[in-house]
Structure formats: structure tokens, C-alpha cells
Design a protein around this ligand. Structure first.
Ligand code: ADP
Length: 238
């Protein structure tokens, strides 16, 4: 068992819930910082912009309640970095698709979502495909630890590792955000690559150059530099 500091000191385990972020939001005002809500299944797991997140039994679906002094948009990166480190513990090489997904071998294995209420709290939601089945329509774009490793892995071990890495990255976020951003740049596999960015009806194609210190993406489009703020953008490597 790892020596858990803040994240995971308290773990609420649910059989089924509509969404762990929704449940966490209800208890967040009173819950101690670092409280984790983990469910075997989510009946209506959500991605960004209200998109559906498939979360049947066998995967890791959790939310962490964080109460940092100064929350900012970079908090979402601790999720991706912790997932990448967890995958490495199981021999898998993952990369961050800025801002909030983790991919392995060209497919999405994990999604991270932050939701907050002013400066009161931030909910960090993480979905990681472990042993769960994936619906046929996602078979071309999604993968799981089981598919990549070739056998099922113990969910509890994955949870234990993930909470450990989240705790480490949360400490680094608060004390040395420069180190967090440096590692994020190393782990962001789209840098140097051509990507398609869609925001509402608008689409642009450009080269992802860097992630700036505030967490935004620097994109070169037809010789011009653009700063992409996350929020409502969808991004795909092309
Ligand atoms: P984006 O990749 O554009 O950032 P989101 O983070 O909003 O998307 O995640 C939602 C999308 O992820 C869904 O529209 C669907 O295509 C895909 N998806 C849903 N469930 C899963 C899952 N368990 N694993 C991988 N991808 C999923």
C-alpha cells in the first residue's frame, strides 16, 4: 500500500451512480480535500461539453475533490500526468492529447474533466478504461489497459497507483508548477504535429508548437501564431 498523503485519505465507493462528478459536487462543500468518489459503473458518465462517457463495470471511474488555494486551468493536467505514470507502472506508454485525454497506440484510453465552483472546490473526474468492454462504435478510437496488455489487470492495483501519482502531481502543482508544465510538455504527444482544432462551427488546421505556462496551446496556422484556450475546443491529430 502506498503512503497516501491527501488524495485518497477518504474513499467513497459506490456500486452505481449517474456520474461521480455529479455525486462529488453534492458533497464537495463539506468533504475534506482529497476525498475520492469511485463507482463500479456510471449510468450517465460525461465527457466535456456534456458528451457521453461510456463507463461500464471493469473500468476506473472516479472523481477527486480538491480545494487548492488558487485553482487554475492547469489542474486538469495533474489528471493526465498521473494517468500516464500509472500506465507506465503497468508497462504501457501513454501520451497526453492536450488538454484532457490520454492516448495509447493512437487510441484514447482515458479522459479527464475538471469542474469547479469559484475558488471553493474543483472536481477532477478521471475515466480510465481498464478491463471494461468498449462499444463497437468506439473500437476504432478507444482502447483499454486490458486490450493493450493482453490480459485483465486488478482494478484495485490501478486505483492504488493512480491515487499515489495524483497525490504527487497535486503537490508539484502547488509547489512547483514550472516542473508540472515541463513534464506536461514532455508528455504531450501532439507537439510538433499537425492538428485539427474545432470550436463550434469553426475548424482550423495547424501545427501544435508548445503548451504555454498558463496551459493554453500555441498553434501555428498559415504562418501565424494562435493561442488556443481550452474550454470548448476539440482537437485531433491529422
Ligand atoms: P474529446 O476527445 O473531444 O476531448 P471528451 O473528452 O468530451 O472528447 O470525451 C467524450 C468523447 O469520448 C465521446 O464523444 C466519445 O467519442 C469518446 N468516449 C466515450 N466513452 C469513452 C471511453 N470509455 N473511452 C474512450 N473514449 C470514450
Amino acid at each position: 500500500m502506498n503512503d497516501v498523503k491527501v488524495i485518497g485519505k477518504k474513499i467513497i465507493r459506490l456500486e452505481e451512480v449517474d456520474s461521480t462528478n455529479r455525486y462529488a459536487k453534492d458533497i464537495a462543500p463539506e468533504a475534506p480535500e482529497g476525498t475520492v468518489v469511485v463507482a463500479r459503473r456510471q449510468s450517465s458518465g460525461r465527457g466535456r461539453l456534456g458528451r457521453r462517457w461510456e463507463s461500464p463495470e471493469g473500468g476506473l471511474w472516479l472523481s477527486v475533490i480538491l480545494k487548492p488555494e488558487k485553482p487554475d486551468l492547469r489542474l486538469v493536467f495533474i489528471g493526465g500526468l498521473a494517468v500516464v505514470d500509472t500506465l507506465l507502472d503497468f508497462g504501457l506508454q501513454g501520451g497526453i492529447k492536450w488538454p484532457n485525454d490520454v492516448w495509447v497506440n493512437g487510441k484514447k484510453i482515458s479522459g479527464v474533466l475538471t469542474e469547479g465552483k469559484g475558488n471553493d472546490y474543483v472536481l477532477l473526474g478521471i475515466g480510465l478504461n481498464v478491463n471494461n468492454p468498449l462499444p463497437p462504435e468506439l473500437s476504432g478510437s478507444a482502447t483499454s489497459m486490458m486490450l493493450e496488455i493482453g490480459r485483465a489487470v486488478t482494478l484495485e492495483r490501478v486505483l492504488d497507483k493512480l491515487l499515489f501519482h495524483l497525490d504527487v502531481w497535486y503537490t508539484i502543482y502547488r509547489e512547483r508548477p514550472d516542473l508540472l508544465m515541463a513534464r506536461l510538455r514532455e508528455r504531450t504527444f501532439i507537439l510538433g504535429r499537425t492538428v485539427r482544432v474545432t470550436e463550434g462551427e469553426t475548424t482550423m488546421i495547424g501545427r501544435a508548437l508548445d503548451v504555454l505556462d498558463d496551459g493554453s496551446l500555441l498553434l501555428e496556422v498559415g504562418g501565424e501564431l494562435k493561442r488556443i484556450l481550452y474550454g470548448d475546443v476539440s482537437l485531433r491529430p491529422v
